[in-house]
Design a binder for this molecule. Structure first.
Ligand code: FAD
Length: 330
């Protein structure tokens, strides 16, 4: 009988976690590597002494039956639930409440919760920043910034990282996959987390903003299961973020606070700024995933499947299905 194939999966965001979960469930051995301290990638939250705030993905939708079933599993495990904010739209001189039939889900007690739940059943090595790959006679070897070339030879390597980070890793090992990743244009996003001593009295919990530097405002404290100080989140729009990507955080915060103030937002008692270098892909690709069975190298992630949390999760599943077919496990 063949020994169990051992695969390396780089990136413990929701795409990598979804892929690894499916592969492990089918009997393959998977080692996950992530350069951050914990799993979740862009489904993330910042924590302070007495506050927390989701500063990446704000909520997710679930349309495909397979993802709906997964979200139901998360719901049952207590790590996700529905968020039903009072929604508002700001555009030009007008501002108004917005009816919505979209079901919005969030992680509970923070956006990282579904990722942590999935990671708890997997072997995650973090922080481990993978910089290079090389194909040897007995499989793939990977190079990490922390440990150099790892001893293990892997039957396949799967990358679940943002496109520009995949390009850097793939350039030597697989120029064709590097070119595919290079064709995806990812844009930045400035995020500003605000803390208040008391609840803020505004007529909305979340707002889409179609004017000025802002794109999205959310009262983090209105999401289910949140505790601590009143926290709000501002996201700048992609165009403004790209234009100001190299600005210093203080001037970014000042511009976003001023825009929030013009929409009726009060001055916070404290704020924390975060720059997402690779937030979204414009336009997102619709390949689903990429898999080279001849050499055992694959790619998944939101940028290959329409963007968003649901697209990322499904991309991971699609890659797992292709890999399992190659290893004759389904
Ligand atoms: P990621 O979450 O980026 O995971 C990639 C992982 O790879 C990361 O953990 C990273 O640390 C790791 N990594 C990268 N390079 C290396 C390396 N060299 N070695 C090891 N590890 C590495 N989606 C929605 O559905 N709804 C929203 O409201 C929404 N809002 C968003 C707002 C912002 C500001 C941002 C940034 C994103 C938002 N998204 C939203 C998008 C959503 O977060 C992503 O689509 C999804 O989380 C991507 O998952 P992923 O696994 O493909 O990638």
């Amino acid at each position: 009988m063949n020994p169990t194939p051992h695969l390396a999966l780089i990136g413990a965001g929701i795409a990598g976690l979804s892929c690894a979960t499916a592969l492990q469930r089918a009997g393959l051995e998977v080692s996950l590597f992530d350069k951050s301290r914990g799993p979740g990638g862009r489904m993330s939250a910042r924590r302070g002494d007495d506050w927390q705030c989701d500063h990446g993905a704000q909520y997710f939708t679930a349309r495909h039956p397979a993802f709906r079933a997964e979200v139901a599993r998360w719901h049952q495990a207590g790590v996700a639930g529905v968020w039903d904010p009072r929604l508002w739209t700001f555009a030009g001189d007008s501002s108004q409440g917005r009816e919505s039939t979209v079901e919005r889900f969030v992680g509970i007690p923070a956006m990282t919760a579904p990722a942590r739940y999935l990671a708890s059943a997997l072997a995650v090595h973090a922080p481990t920043n993978i910089e290079q790959l090389r194909l040897q006679t007995h499989g793939w070897q990977i190079f990490s910034a922390e440990q150099g070339w790892l001893e293990t030879r892997f039957a396949a390597v799967l990358l679940a990282v943002p496109a520009p980070q995949a390009v850097a890793i793939l350039q030597q090992a697989a120029p064709d996959l590097a070119a595919l990743a290079g064709s995806a244009v990812m844009r930045g996003c400035w995020a500003l987390m605000l803390r208040f001593a008391a609840p803020v009295d505004l007529p909305f919990d979340a707002a889409f903003v179609n004017q000025g530097p802002l794109r999205w405002i959310a009262r983090n404290s209105s999401k289910p299961g949140r505790s601590g100080e009143e926290a709000w989140l501002l996201h700048a729009c992609a165009e403004w973020s790209e234009e100001h990507l190299e600005d210093d955080p203080e001037s970014v915060a000042a511009a976003l606070l001023s825009a929030f103030g013009q929409l009726g937002g009060p001055v916070p008692q404290g704020w924390t700024v975060h720059r997402w270098r690779y937030a979204d892909t414009e336009p997102a690709l619709h390949e689903g995933c990429a898999w080279r069975p001849d050499i055992g190298l694959g790619l998944c992630g939101d940028w290959l499947n329409g963007g968003k949390v649901e697209g990322a999760w499904r991309s991971g599943r699609m890659l797992a299905e292709q890999v399992l077919r190659s290893f004759a496990r389904c």
